[in-house]
Design a protein. Sequence first.
Length: 198
Amino acid sequence: MRVQLCVAIALGLNMPSVALAQSDQQKAQNLATCLGGQFPSLCKHEWLTSEERVKVDAAERRANLRTCLTGKFPSLCNHERLTSNELVNVSASERQENLRTCMTGQFPSLCNKSHLTEIERSQVNRAEHDENLRKCMPGSTPAICNHSLLASEQQDQVQAVERRFQSSTLSAQAPPHDLVKSTRETLKKTSKSGEIPA
């Protein structure tokens, strides 16, 4: 046991430069990741010197601010790392991006209506109504049509379109009357003669 311990210690003492070089390479890669600022969770902050920590903190703040100012990903924005002036600008960006999403009318579940003014809310409701009507009018996909958003005359129109679509679909699936008749006659002849017609 002592011999093995002595060999392990001797080997470790003979190769300090290899272990150090690998450690230096890992530290350099970590520093490069950290200075990118985009992935703070991948940065091993404990490996950084105090001077490097200051630079990394600034890089992380810049990357966070860039993400926040798009307004597109409020959940990815670390609002706690923003200054009061930055927070004002970010809030305006998030509100503007929310309004842009809401005004399409296409994604009601992604629209935060609590961030809208009364006028904007009215415009968004109209956009959602129009988008819903656009989805309803072909009549081909009643499952994505929110019938409750339709006015009574629109409900009547949409139901009529849906019935016509369903009727045309069913008639397209059913063979024409002449085909049914000729098929029956052919089957009668086949069963009488026992031959399969060409």
